[in-house]
Design a protein around this ligand. Structure first.
Ligand SMILES: [Zn+2]
Length: 293
């Protein structure tokens, strides 16, 4: 059987009224060689860029802005998460025509839902597949982040894998602030039918279980840990370091409870962080400030 099972999944917010279904995916294959051998894969041009091996079926310069951006991303991921860089190649297969990508994905991964791009991990290879389209930069940043992280932390939990990829898919200047996720989570909290809950995220093991809420919340936890206090940033970094050594190490929720006091205190702090980000967005968006007394 070709598909051994999904490791992680990705979703992106779409434009109203709905959101894209699962559009990006991480998967594991039983047979790492299954897609090799001229199986419709791009092979016309190969560009080496640090850890990346970029295969494209169209002319692509090694100095293309997008390729340079992905090389910089490697350093960003490593430094932000305090992880070593790896020399393990991450293969990027770029299709010039979406139709060819669709045909390849339908042929080789018939059980996958339609998605814009996806990451596949096997015992021996890390690969990203993507068509060249309007959101290629964002998609490649997301999927390549999976590649960089899996190269050094192969046992990362699903929720954290996606939270980190959502964080790094944004352009560098955004400081990891995912405006769509901020708006979504703020709306969910206003509805009063949803609560921040890391322990719930940690129970997720299949990408099919992950909803828009989960992706947004996963991003929010990562952003809070990286941007609230140096201690929390260090806690996340230490957790990832421990995961490298032992995939069964104590989960993050338990570690945070030990430091912060209780899950409720922790969730309240994340909520305040989110509300601060939402307030910043309203100011940046030109919303009227609160009236002075
Ligand atoms: Zn993903």
């Amino acid at each position: 059987m070709l598909l051994a099972g999904l490791l992680a999944g990705c979703a992106h917010l779409g434009t109203p009224p709905g959101w894209d279904a699962v559009v990006l995916e991480t998967a594991s294959l039983a047979d790492p060689l299954a897609w090799r051998g001229g199986d419709g894969l791009p092979d016309r041009n190969v560009v080496l860029a640090g850890q990346l091996v970029v295969h494209a079926d169209f002319p692509l310069a090694g100095q293309h802005r997008l390729i340079r951006d992905l090389e910089t991303l490697r350093t960003d991921v490593s430094q932000t998460l305090s992880l070593p860089v790896s020399d393990e190649p991450v293969h990027l297969y770029l299709f010039g025509e979406p139709r060819r990508y669709d045909e390849f994905a339908a042929r080789r991964f018939p059980n996958f839902p339609v998605r814009r791009a996806f990451f596949v991990e096997t015992d021996t290879t890390l690969s990203v597949f993507a068509p060249w389209q309007d959101r290629i930069a964002e998609d490649l940043r997301h999927e390549t982040t999976h590649g960089y992280v899996h190269a050094v932390v192969p046992t990362i939990p699903l929720w954290l894998d996606e939270g980190i990829a959502e964080y790094f898919e944004l352009p560098r200047g955004d400081q990891g602030v995912h405006r769509e996720h901020v708006a979504h989570l703020t709306g969910r909290l206003l509805e009063g039918t949803w609560q921040i809950d890391l322990a719930r995220l940690e129970t997720l093991t299949s990408p099919g279980e992950m909803s828009q809420d989960h992706y947004a919340e996963a991003w929010c936890w990562v952003h809070w840990m990286l941007h609230s206090t140096p201690e929390r940033r260090r806690l996340l970094q230490d957790y990832l370091t421990d995961l490298r050594r032992d995939g069964a190490t104590a989960p993050l929720a338990a570690r945070l409870t030990h430091v912060e006091g209780s899950p409720l205190v922790c969730a309240a702090a994340v909520r305040r962080h989110l509300e601060t980000l939402a307030g910043d967005q309203r100011v940046a968006g030109g919303a009227p400030a609160a009236a002075s007394p």
